[in-house]
Each structure stands twice: as structure tokens, then as C-alpha cells.
Design a protein around this ligand. Structure first.
Ligand code: ATP
Ligand code: MG
Length: 462
């Protein structure tokens, strides 16, 4: 309302200055004050809309990011093969952010339409038929905006694919930098990263060119619309009055901003958000930890794990075929086999991290503790690495440390003992094979400390 009131007040002021309205002096001042107040009101409301929209956008982004993280923690290892770390980083860093960008413009889609219709009626009221010419030019810009939006969407898809590749390559480079340096592959790897980055930049450049054309078009819109309206009016032999010209121009400026600046941005952001929504949706569709495994109903049964003709697969071809297995509770079971014969896969199958293709997997467990074949520690104290967030049970902790012979190692760290800080991947543990040994001990400790129904421990080569 404050927006639409301004051209109307301008018209009244012009009529007053021309002296045609015959109104007293104070009414002229009232119009001027009214114009000032409506401009201030419009600014305040506009900022409030932006503030509330941005806040909503931030909440949507945070909700999406946490949903992505939460889903990531529940998907199984087999499904993880369908995505990459880089893609997931991009989902949180870029895709979730697209909804925040959209939220700033989201009201423009409705507002632009309402303003265009309201303004059309008012301009028609003042100058009649020539309004149609101006609006014809304006309407012509709308399909062009849709074409632009499709193009933006296409380029965004390819740019995101390139960005995924670029981030993935940089990740691999950083992780494998020791090997790269050892083999002197720096130059070759640099070329590969630069090539990926060049491809990404090329797509960004195309989008920027398209955006430049789009912006130029939106700036050219006002002169084109005015030319069509006033040219049409002149051709029809109408007299152009200053109050009509200024009012119409003020209305067109208003419509131009929302239809040719606000709406294209909203459409662009909307199509980008749609692509991001699809990417997030694809990620969310990835299998969560298989629910195919059944909980055993019969509590009297003494078995904790039962597999009946169970086949499991990492991808399309089954890795374990028709496994029949029954494991009683309170039993220590060992599985032996050649390298790559599927021992770890069997443990992964019990964890439901691999797809159950056919047969049955039944478990009677409350929790499973699992030590992966590759040992890992996170940055923190040795104690934190053993407890893994569980409550400290002094007696059990001491017993476990003693049983795993870590007490001898801890003595080496003098009074700091198990409060010694160790880095990511155990980098500040002493070097050589002892570090690896300690890592292995750590994660065996971790496993034994946790109260679980089943402990899964793969063979460890020292
Ligand atoms: N995460 C995975 N994704 C895809 N395939 C896998 C994965 N882990 C194992 N495999 C495949 O499953 C098969 C069995 O491997 P697995 O790791 O279970 O063998 P293993 O018996 O534990 O060997 P090792 O004694 O060397 O530890 C192999 O062909 C391997 O390529
Ligand atoms: Mg293994």
C-alpha cells in the first residue's frame, strides 16, 4: 500500500503545483508529508520482510544441514559407495544454502504479480488504452525470464558436478600428499586440479555472462516500456499531461523493479533451489541401515545371531552367498579364511552395513560394538579415545587397561598417563610400529570397555 500510495501522491502534488486542484496551501504540504511518510513506511516494511525472510532461510538451511548430517550417520556402507565425501560437503556447504538465498526473494513472486495487476488498473484509469502497449513489452519479458531460468538451472547442474569433482580431487590430493611428494607427482596432480578448476570456472563464467544479459535486460526494460506506452499514446493522438507522465513513470519504476529485477532473481533462485532439492532428495533416498534384519521374537532361544540362506552384496554381485550361521550367546567364535574371502564382509553383514539380498538375518542384540580393521583415533586424550563418550567406570576402566597391557605404555607417559593428548590419526604418538601397536590396543580397549551384546573384532596384523 505504501508503495502504491507514492505515485498517487506524486500525481496530487503535480496537480497542486499546476494549480488545477484549487486546494489550500496546507493540503499541498500534507501531500508532501504523506509522500515522505509512505516512503519511510515502505523502507521499514521492506527491511522487516527481508529480516524475517532471512531468518526463515537460515532456519531452513540449518534444518537441512542437520537432516543431512543425521542421515549420513544412518546410511549403510554399501549405500555410501553411491556418493562421495566431496558431494556431501557440497550438499551442506552449497545446496542447503540455496534455500537461504531463495528465502530472501520468495515473497517477490506473489508481490510482483499483485503489484503488476494493481498498477495496470491504476495506469489504465489515468491514460487508458496505451497502458496495454507498455504491459505488452513487460509481458514479453516474462517468457524471456523463464528461458533464462532454465538456462541458469542447466548451468547450475553442470557447475555443481564440476565443483564436486574439484573438491573431491583436492581432498584426495591433501590426503595423499605424502605419496604424491614421494613419487614427485606434484606437477601432474597440480595440472589435474587446475584442469578441474578450469572446467568449473568455465561454467561459472557462462552463468555470469547470462546474468549480465539478464541484468542489462532488466535495466533496459523501463525505457522500452515507457517508449511503448507514451509512443502509443502519441500515435493515438492523446495529449500527454505532466501529471499522467510522472504518475505512469513512477508506477512503471515500481513494477519494473519487482517484475524485471525481483521476479527474475526469485525465479533464478527458485530453479537453483529446485536442483539442490533434487540433489538432497537423491542423498536422502540412499539406503539407511537395512531394516531387513529381524529381531528375534523368541526370547528363550539361546542364539544371538542366526543367518538362514542369507546372501549379501556390496553392489550388484553378491559377496556372500547362502550363508547359514547360528551363534550362541556367551560364545567366542572365530572365522578364518584367505585374504579377501569375506571375513570382514560377514561382520559388516551382522552390522547391516551391507545389503541383504535374500535369505534371513535374525539378531537378538541390544547393541553391537565393532572395531574396524583399520584402526583410528580422534584428536583428544587417550582416555577420551577409550571412553568414546561413555561414562567413566573407574574399576572397569582400570581392569580393561590392565587386561590389554596398556598400563605399561601409560607409565611411559609419566604423570600425564591416559590424559596425554593424541592427534588425528594418532600423529603425536611415538613413531614407527609402536604407534600402530598403540592404535590397535586403543581400539581393542574401546571395544572391551563398551558393554555390548556382541563384540566384533576382525583379525589384526601387527
Ligand atoms: N567396503 C567395500 N565395498 C565394496 N566391496 C568390498 C568392501 N569391503 C570388502 N569388499 C569386497 O568384498 C570381498 C571380501 O572382502 P573382505 O574385506 O570381507 O575380506 P576379508 O576376508 O576380510 O579379507 P582380509 O583378510 O584381507 O581382511 C572382497 O572382494 C572385497 O573387494
Ligand atoms: Mg578383513
Amino acid at each position: 500500500m505504501a508503495h502504491i500510495a507514492q505515485p498517487l501522491l506524486i500525481r496530487q502534488i503535480i496537480l497542486y503545483i499546476k494549480g488545477q486542484s484549487g486546494l489550500p496551501v496546507y493540503v499541498g504540504y500534507l501531500f508532501a508529508v504523506g509522500l515522505c511518510i509512505s516512503a519511510i513506511l515502505q523502507a521499514i516494511i521492506h527491511q522487516q520482510i527481508l529480516f524475517r525472510n532471512s531468518r526463515m532461510g537460515m532456519r531452513v538451511r540449518n534444518a537441512l544441514s542437520s537432516a543431512i548430517y543425521r542421515h549420513l550417520l544412518t546410511i549403510n556402507t554399501a549405500a555410501l559407495h553411491k556418493t562421495t565425501a566431496a558431494q556431501m560437503v557440497n550438499l551442506v556447504a552449497n545446496d542447503a544454502g540455496k534455500f537461504e538465498e531463495l528465502s530472501i526473494f520468495v515473497h517477490t513472486l506473489v508481490l510482483a504479480l499483485l503489484e503488476a495487476l494493481g498498477t495496470f488498473a491504476l495506469v489504465w484509469w489515468y491514460i487508458g488504452l496505451p497502458t496495454v502497449f507498455g504491459y505488452a513489452v513487460l509481458l514479453l519479458l516474462v517468457p524471456i525470464q523463464f528461458i533464462f531460468s532454465r538456462k541458469f538451472s542447466q548451468y547450475r547442474k553442470t557447475t555443481m558436478a564440476c565443483t564436486d569433482k574439484c573438491v573431491q580431487m583436492t581432498n584426495e590430493l591433501v590426503n595423499g600428499c605424502q605419496i604424491i611428494k614421494m613419487y614427485n607427482w606434484e606437477k601432474a596432480m597440480e595440472q589435474r586440479v587446475l584442469e578441474a578448476r578450469r572446467r568449473e570456472l568455465l561454467n561459472i563464467h557462462k552463468v555470469s555472462c547470462l546474468r549480465a544479459v539478464n541484468t542489462a535486460l532488466s535495466f533496459a526494460a523501463l525505457p522500452l516500456i515507457s517508449l511503448a506506452t507514451f509512443g502509443g499514446s502519441w500515435l493515438m493522438g492523446q495529449t500527454l499531461l505532466p501529471e499522467n507522465i510522472f504518475t505512469t513513470l513512477a508506477f512503471f519504476v515500481m513494477v519494473r523493479v519487482s517484475v524485471t529485477v525481483g521476479m527474475p532473481q526469485a525465479i533464478e533462485k527458485f530453479s537453483e533451489a529446485r536442483v539442490s532439492a533434487r540433489r538432497i532428495d537423491q542423498f536422502v533416498q540412499l539406503n539407511i541401515l537395512s531394516n531387513k534384519r529381524e529381531k528375534m521374537e523368541n526370547e528363550n532361544e539361546d542364539y544371538v545371531i542366526i543367518m538362514k540362506d542369507a546372501s549379501f552384496s556390496w553392489n550388484d554381485t553378491p559377496s556372500l552367498i547362502s550363508v547359514n550361521l547360528k551363534i550362541r550367546s556367551r560364545n567366542l567364535v572365530g572365522v578364518k579364511g584367505a585374504f579377501g574371502s569375506g571375513k570382514s564382509t560377514l561382520l559388516t553383514a551382522i552390522l547391516s552395513e551391507i545389503n541383504l539380498v535374500s535369505g534371513q538375518l535374525r539378531l537378538k542384540v541390544n547393541s553391537i560394538s565393532y572395531a574396524p580393521q583399520l584402526a583410528w583415533v580422534f584428536a583428544g586424550t587417550i582416555r577420551a579415545n577409550i571412553l568414546l563418550g561413555k561414562a567413566m567406570d573407574e574399576e572397569r576402566y582400570k581392569n580393561v587397561i590392565k587386561a590389554c597391557c596398556l598400563d605399561i605404555d601409560l607409565q611411559n607417559f609419566s604423570e600425564i598417563g591416559d590424559l596425554l593428548m593424541i592427534g588425528d590419526k594418532g600423529v603425536n604418538l611415538s613413531g614407527g610400529p609402536r604407534a600402530r601397536y598403540r592404535l590397535l590396543v586403543l581400539y581393542t580397549l574401546r571395544l572391551t570397555y563398551i558393554y555390548s551384546t556382541i563384540h566384533l573384532l576382525p583379525l589384526i596384523q601387527r
